[in-house]
Design a protein around this ligand. Sequence first.
Ligand code: MNH
Length: 504
Amino acid sequence: MTGKQNTREQAGSGPLPRTLFRGFGIHNSWSGQKFPHPGRRRPIIGDVQVSDPRNPILSILRLGAELGGIYELKVFRQKFVFVASADLTAELCDETRFCKTLPPAIGALREYGGDGLFTAYNDEPNWQLAHDLLMPAFARASMQRYHDIMLTTSQELIDYWDRLPEQRVDITRDMTKLAMETLSRAAFSHDFGSFTSERPHPFVGAMVRALETGRRRGGLRAAPGGKLLGNYLTRRIADDHDYANALIDELVAERIEDTSQHDLLGIMLNVRHPESGERLTPLNIRYQILTFLVAGHETTAGALSFALYFLSENPDCLALAQQETDEILGDDPDAEPTYEQVAKFRYIRRCLDESLRLWPTVPAFSRRPVSDTVLGGRYPMRTSDWALIMLGQVHRDPAVWEDPETFDPDRFLPDEIKKRPAHSYKPFGTGMRACIGRQFALHESVLVLARLIHRYDLTPDPDYVLRVHERLTMVPGKLHLTLTHRVPGAGRRPPADHDAPPAE
Ligand code: MNH
């Protein structure tokens, strides 16, 4: 956390007992309360050895599996509290009592994201300003324009796949290209040419390195010598940061003269707030561009990749989804869905929802109380205390989800959703700081899935075992699928020789 956050968010006050010595000097001390933690804790360094620094979220999910609805890890003087149960999550999602906070790893991202939408503090004026200015860019009229872009980029993907000599494709790589291209064209009217090169755009690699370093530096803050090491890490990734900034300059430079585009960048550069007349500053615009590049593509790429993985592993679900595309799109494998048709792929949407249940690509978000309170009737929380909601666990809480490891899209039938308690499914976060791009991501994902499975059958490698990678977000690692062209509607049609007279 930066000094700023200390003054903003650590001003704990109120009637809770101060446990002077037990929690003293610990960041996020929860007044010295102890929660279950994994393994044997070492003096001073705490649980640092049990978690894997390269895959922190995956190792926490593994370690936390047996620890119940709330547990902790301590790394030097930094305590992390994790919430894994649906009932505590529902409480933390109550906006009258709790709000978003930036844990150290996200706080460290402010070096790149500044007061951009994702990394802004709740009360920073630029959050409200950018939110008000950019919300219309996600309203229905804008989505219609993005729809056409999504059709074009998905066609480029299809052309690229159809040209390949063998149709065994790297799904995560190609979904990343697709989502990057869609986002950059929709938001910035910029073509990155992702499908004309073998590798995804180097921006992704640069950002992975830069943000990973930020995350590590955030984790180091509470360690002895952490600051020095942090400065070293900062210098090491300076090139990546320069690279990202140059890219952003390029995006902006293209547009200084051209004020005709009403995309996200056009709004940021040219539109004033309807009431206050305020505009975003050039520095804030830079933060927003980076935020949208990062937040807007890998999350969606991961969601698409997991959905394709689950469909390929569940042939019955794939068959039902393909049948739906045949009903809506007909027998032409090149058919493009209209904007209105995208909302009609109900079964495909359920497959996507179910994928995001099992593998939410943004794996966690953080909450803190707006004033001192008690969580779950028994855990006092001061405003300086915060908890990470671990979606991978909440979405498998056996109190809510029957047979939670099974991929079953029908959990998202309207009647089933109604039966579940509120806030038991939160892949897009919650409240005023929930995902601004949710509709964009859902529209893109359903459209792309529909087109792809309408056109292709998907065959996984026979010995593939899902291995999740932590990049900026969670994505399936080394996922290859073999595509075979299908004949849409073939399953429905009577045999080809149905006109022939009976054989006897
Ligand atoms: Mn998105 C916030 C998940 C796609 C832009 N996004 C969030 C949060 C989650 C999330 C969770 C809340 C984090 C928190 O509380 O700290 N987002 C997703 C997922 C997908 C996704 C799972 C795809 C699937 N997000 C997108 C897309 C865009 C986008 C696409 C842009 C076009 N998301 C954002 C922005 C925020 C955000 C911007 C921050 C919003 C705010 O705080 O005002």
